[in-house]
Design a protein around this ligand. Structure first.
Ligand SMILES: [Mn+2]
Length: 286
């Protein structure tokens, strides 16, 4: 599998210490329960990034310095993968730079957040997904992709969810009982751009996790567990813009792309999504 540097067609990669955006490929595919292929996600995103325009319509975020890491070796135990990822994330946070995690199945978020928590104590999670992922275990595996947000909750992170449209009654009860804020997909059908209110006591620092199945399958068919009735491109972009304007992003991930042959569109959407978030952060930092 080839791992090209992010936007390497246009941008010379920076040395580790000089780069602000650190791309960390995590080709994890262990607990996928339906469609397969997430291990091919990171390399497909990196390849698609070569097709991006550097001007994003507002500015040229490619001038921020980029560094693409070697992929985490995912042919290991979850503990070993967690340690490898922890080493990368902690080294990036130590120099006050920003990790961009490329999944891989959604389990990478639980591992990444656990690692971020060791460096930064107080931050909230902004979670985009079709699924609530609040099961305590799934198929006897607490590190299943279906449990990843429950693992994050267990670490003590406040959570706001967007685009959910598949969950058990138990998960729904859990999030209501535990004051998890949610803006489910149906809301965006009734009102194309509902007013988003992040709780007043939500931390200033945020980690964003985007399971790409938050998008409607008409836009994003290349994912393992697609669900009808998802969000469209500008709905996701508007929410992100709105939140990133007010909060400080300390890291983010894009997960669950399972590339399909003859569908470059899904790969490119993930690359463009990442680059759009980079633009929003970059314009704020400068
Ligand atoms: Mn999902």
């Amino acid at each position: 599998m080839k791992y090209l540097p992010f936007l390497g067609s246009e941008v010379k990669q920076s040395e580790f210490n000089n780069a602000f955006f650190h791309f960390i490929p995590v080709p994890l595919e262990k607990s996928v329960s339906y469609g397969k292929g997430t291990k091919l996600g990171p390399s497909a995103i990196l390849k698609a990034s070569w097709e991006l325009e550097t001007f994003d319509g507002i500015s040229d975020p490619s001038k921020a310095n980029f560094h693409t890491h070697k992929p985490v070796n995912c042919n290991k135990s979850i503990e070993n993968i967690s340690n490898q990822l922890n080493e990368k994330i902690s080294s990036v946070l130590k120099i006050n730079k920003l990790p961009v995690i490329l999944g891989g199945e959604h389990t990478v978020t639980a591992l990444a957040v656990k690692s971020v928590k060791e460096s930064i104590s107080d931050f909230g999670i902004i979670h985009f997904d079709a699924h609530a992922d609040l099961k305590d275990t799934y198929q006897n595996n607490p590190y299943s992709h279906a449990c990843t947000i429950k693992r994050v909750f267990d670490l003590g992170c406040p959570i706001v969810q967007f685009g959910i449209r598949s969950l058990t009654e138990k998960e729904d009860f859990f999030r209501q009982k535990n004051k998890i804020t949610f803006y489910d997909a149906q809301l965006f059908f009734n009102n194309k751009s509902p007013q988003i209110m992040i709780p007043l006591d939500f931390p200033d620092k945020i980690y964003i996790t985007i399971d790409v199945d938050v998008f409607d399958p008409s836009l994003m068919p290349a994912t393992g567990t697609p669900e009808p009735g998802g969000l469209m491109w500008y709905q996701v972009i508007d929410i992100l813009q709105n939140i990133i304007e007010k909060k400080k992003v300390i890291g983010f991930d894009v997960v669950e792309l399972a590339p399909k042959k003859n569908d470059h569109s899904s790969d490119f959407i993930c690359a463009k999504l990442i680059y759009s978030i980079i633009g929003m952060i970059d314009r704020k930092v400068l």
